[in-house]
Design a protein around this ligand. Sequence first.
Ligand code: ZN
Length: 372
Amino acid sequence: MKVTLKSSLMTWSGSDFVLSKLETVRKEALHGYNKVTVLPSEELDDAYKEVGILNGYRVNYSFSQVIISLFKVNNETVNFWTHIVPAVYFAWKLAFLYSSQPLLSDPYWIPLSCYLFSCMAYPLASALAHAFSCMSPFSSHLCFFLDYSTLSFYSWGAAVFYYSYCFPESALHTYYSYSYLPISALNSVLSTFLACSSRLKKQSRFATTFRLGSFVVPYIWVSSPLVYRLLTCDPITDSCAESSYFHVSQFVLVLAASFFYATHIPERFLPGYFDFIGHSHNLLHVFGISATYQQMCGGLIDLSFRKTRLLGMGWTVDPLWTWLATPLVIVSTLVIIFCSTRIMDDVRPFTCHSNQALRPSLSHTNSAKKCH
Ligand SMILES: [Zn+2]
């Protein structure tokens, strides 16, 4: 006699209770799904409008509405998925390498764990920021403070990565190499401070450029040894012949990501056409995370090919840079985030309606009046 899961469940004494609970959850989910709606930009305060995005905004969502909204079309859906999937990939990569290599015990491999952790952290924080920033104006600022801080932390992870595996041989054991990591750590903390500061000011083109600059300057410093090595390396003795394709691709992809972030193209020229997919922030995510992937591929080639040569030259990075400096960078950025939230004295409401009881569940069809 064929025994199905349903028939087995029905014979269990607690089945009525479980089935009634499941039915309640199903009804609440359906009800919540229908309640999750979005607003047009004309109902939003200027501080929360994005250039060229006319519809699909989520405001004042509850936690369950946020979760449901991730599976419905709005102007953050693609932003969320383009970073949560890569975050899972980098977590898997970290776990996979941990199971096959001495990531936490061999001084040569330890910097890789710091780097991969930062590669996982920044898209994860970004995805969560894009998901939950709609819960309140305060959460919006807090989420993006965390987003900026993990991006700055990633610059530190990349610095440790380059220092350990991609540094030019001619620069080993020089003042440049001795100052590289301390300045990178300082840059990481400073960039969090500057990016958070840009959000405390009124959102404008200047604020966007200022924020972009706070990430570009550390990026240039962190990348400087790799650029120098690619320009001067000997492909016969160095692994640059194998890894340069990935490193150069990474630079091109970062340039593309920065271009779209700074210009708001294509939605600037065709407002409303890219509200849900294809706008500049989607492109920033796709190009940015692709750059990180290329960076990892190039660095892993260098790690593998240069090991004997680097160790022979006495180039083993002190594990303290990972185990001590990394937590210090993290704590410093958390302190900056805490201070930033304390001095936010002008958190403007999402919408121009004075009554903030407005919930997305309410129809907005009657309130299409211009706010500003
Ligand atoms: Zn983003």
